[in-house]
Design a protein around this ligand. Structure first.
Ligand SMILES: C[S@@+](CC[C@H](N)C(=O)[O-])C[C@H]1O[C@@H](n2cnc3c(N)ncnc32)[C@H](O)[C@@H]1O
Length: 297
């Protein structure tokens, strides 16, 4: 088995705020006797939370055969064969033996949309969710903001050693994202602006806005555009990868830019180019950003 897969699930299980948020959301949504679909079930942790809150049966759908084999062992080890049915395959084509009351899933990418959770859950819901059933999460939004780092990450290409310059390295930058865990709050040069805002319903298909305008609200050095997601798991239960928190398993997406002075009243125009080819949408490095500055007259 690919050990990176195990490591990925280990890191996700260690993200306590993530699990606590799902625990609270499922407590508010699942009622005793419910049938639940856990989409992208992995180690079955969300299935177990659903059972804890009274679900009678869980259909756990997992596309990755190696991960499904691990999940099968977890079902057996916990004596859950009569309460958890493992379905190995792509959730987009899964037709479950009965309608479910609740769909739960955690397929948020670092930016939000790149794991295609909105489309996948929409498709699962159309075929399997009873009318009026609940989906956790019920909304996924992604914001972009222009930032100046607090002397970390891509903000480092200045004078690291006093008297010596590294700034020409910026000329080598490509408009593709880096993943960054903020140790210190960056300086927001613009308000966060919505890239996408998708309710997750049986009618869901995702459509990020491609061209965006970010008005600069304070003077500073433009160093990057960052993107982060917020998933509304249930009423009043948001889960976001920004601000970064201890144990957070998601980095924040950062498109590095040549360091450029900007002033309040300027406008940053951004176009996000989402790759169209099969499977490419999942490749974070293929999401390119074109960025231009319109100076205040
Ligand atoms: C981010 S992990 C979450 C795992 C687990 N639910 C948790 O919360 O720890 C997403 C899982 O979804 C699976 N997955 C991705 N796309 C899928 C699809 N189309 N159908 C079923 N499973 C999928 C992946 O193999 C992975 O195990």
């Amino acid at each position: 088995m690919d050990q990176r897969l195990l490591l990925m699930h280990q890191v996700m299980l260690a993200d306590r705020p993530r699990l606590d948020a799902y625990d609270r959301a499922l407590a508010s949504v699942v009622t005793a006797g419910d049938v639940v679909a856990d989409v992208g079930a992995g180690t079955l942790v969300l299935s177990m939370l659903a059972l804890k809150h009274g679900a009678e049966h869980v259909y756990a759908i997992e596309a990755d055969p190696a991960m499904a084999a691990v999940a099968e062992r977890i079902v057996a080890d916990n004596g859950l064969r009569d309460r958890v049915t493992l379905v190995q395959g792509d959730a987009r084509t899964a037709k479950l033996p009965q309608p479910v009351d609740v769909i739960v899933s955690e397929m948020m990418g670092n930016l939000g949309p790149e794991e295609q959770m909105v489309e996948i859950l929409g498709s699962v819901a159309r075929r399997n969710l009873r009318p009026g059933g609940a989906i956790v999460p019920r909304r996924l939004t992604t914001h972009l903001a222009a930032i100046q780092f607090d002397e970390e990450g891509w903000g480092m290409w200045g004078d690291v050693v006093p008297g010596y310059r590294f700034d020409s390295v910026q000329e080598f930058v490509e408009p593709q994202p880096q993943l960054h865990f903020f140790q210190r709050e960056p300086r927001f040069l613009t308000e966060p602006v919505l890239l996408s805002d998708d309710p997750i319903t049986p009618a869901s298909t995702s459509r990020p806005h491609r061209e965006m305008r970010l008005p600069v609200r304070r003077d500073g050095c433009l160093q990057a555009v960052m993107g982060y997601f917020t998933a509304e798991l249930a009423e009043g239960e948001p889960l976001s990868n920004y601000p970064s928190y201890p144990g957070c398993n998601w980095a924040v997406w950062v498109w590095p830019l040549r360091h450029t002075a900007v002033a309040a009243g300027d406008e940053i125009r951004v176009t996000v180019d989402v790759p169209r080819g099969r499977g490419q949408v999942r490749d974070a490095t293929a999401w390119r950003l074109d960025c231009g500055i319109v100076r205040r007259p």
